[in-house]
Design a protein around this ligand. Structure first.
Ligand code: PLP
Length: 374
């Protein structure tokens, strides 16, 4: 049996005609840049994310960057974030000219630990970027409290977590900004690159729209140095169609996660692996990834065994960001962020996308059981 880590073809099939018709309409109009398809998507996203507004941009990476630029982040400023995230979170801070400052993670959720943030605040701190990793919300209440106390702004990196909830409220709506990615492997993926920024006020949305268009407030009149951070009309039209099915896809992922929990419990593998744990606070986890921990240094061997037996799997992320070559100047050393380093040594993502069959889930668990001689 083959179980890919992700296969989007089954998701596409039932909406193929509708999407191709929308694409054809835009091709016939030959209007590709901004316009009503983008504006429609922005309204739908603000609604879905329970945020004041949303602005479509070129990618999740640029969503993070443009929010930092709109806040006039400058050299010398510090931005606190997690060392256990996709590279883009920290890359955006450096691209904006600021200094990333890491705070270690909570080993239960893999998300930034609010108590560790408090220790890292200095007079230079300007912002906090919590990441809702794998589709589970970070602990926002204490993070918002710290930000208010120190007059910091927050960008929620919700690139893996569209529709995820914290205490009944959608991510991207807790403070000033939320960054979303429509990279194809995210829960809401477009047909290439795309992203969005959610924000709390119409004024912020207006400023973001100026920044995404080279800081141009009127045609060829540049108020700021922004960039080309626009989302395409084609991607926006596709996303509007796909957004209508997002909740059913996230529900199918949750169902698969629940099936895994039953199968793993029945297989008696709890001494060898740890299943993804839910936070102590109330969450809606949307399972962009289903990440297990593999104990006793067996992660890489299990990964190879699964790949050899037709099960797709991947390590998100194998190297804590404070140890990356490109951030050497920040002076990070092994041992600085023990929970992040431990997670990067133990973690492994299993296939969880909605169209997997029960047989496939059973095969994944049976293959892992076989590896451990069960
Ligand atoms: C995917 C992702 C990004 C970047 O999004 P792109 O659209 O690929 O640029 C940023 N942060 C996190 C946590 C992500 O998973």
């Amino acid at each position: 049996m083959q179980v890919p880590l992700l296969d989007l073809r089954a998701q596409y099939a039932p909406m193929k005609e509708e999407i191709l018709a929308a694409v054809a309409e835009i091709c016939d109009s030959q209007r590709f840049i901004l316009g009503d398809k983008v504006e429609t998507l922005e309204k739908e996203l603000a609604d879905y994310c329970q945020s004041g507004a949303a602005v479509g941009v070129s990618s999740g990476s640029d969503a993070l960057l443009i929010a930092l630029m709109a806040e006039k982040i400058r050299p010398g400023d510090e931005v606190i974030t997690t060392p256990f995230t996709f590279f883009a979170t920290v890359g955006a801070i450096v691209r904006a000219g600021a200094k990333p400052v890491f705070a270690d993670i909570d080993p239960v959720t893999f998300n930034i630990d609010p108590a560790k943030i408090a220790e890292k605040i200095t007079p230079k701190t300007r912002a906090i970027i919590p990441v809702h990793l794998f589709g589970q919300a970070a602990d926002m209440d204490p993070i918002v409290k710290i930000a208010k106390e120190h007059n910091l702004f927050i960008i929620e990196d919700a690139c893996q977590a569209i529709g995820a909830e914290y205490k009944g409220k959608r991510v991207g709506s807790f403070a000033q900004y939320g960054a979303f990615s429509f990279f194809p492997s995210k829960n809401l993926g477009c047909f290439g690159d795309g992203g969005a920024v959610s924000c709390d006020t119409a004024e912020r949305a207006q400023l973001l729209k100026i920044y995404r268009n080279h800081g141009q407030s009127k045609t060829y009149i540049h108020e700021y140095v922004g960039g080309n951070f626009r989302i395409d009309a084609l991607q926006s039209a596709i996303l509007s169609i796909k957004l209508r099915s997002l909740d059913s896809w996230s529900a199918a992922r949750q169902k698969n996660a629940a099936i895994y929990r039953e199968l793993f419990a029945a297989a008696g593998l709890t001494d060898q692996i740890t299943l993804p744990q839910l936070a102590a606070y109330d969450v809606r986890h949307i399972y962009n990834q289903f990440c297990i921990r593999v104990k006793d240094g067996k992660r890489d061997a299990l990964k190879q065994y699964l790949l050899d037996n037709g099960v797709g799997c991947a390590v998100y992320y194998p190297l804590s960001l404070h140890l990356q070559e490109c951030f050497k100047e920040l002076g990070g050393k092994p041992g600085d962020y023990p929970e992040s380093e431990k997670a990067s040594a133990e973690i492994m993502a299993l296939p969880v996308f909605g169209e997997l069959s029960k047989d496939q889930l059973e095969y994944v668990v049976a293959t892992i059981a076989k590896f451990f001689g069960k």
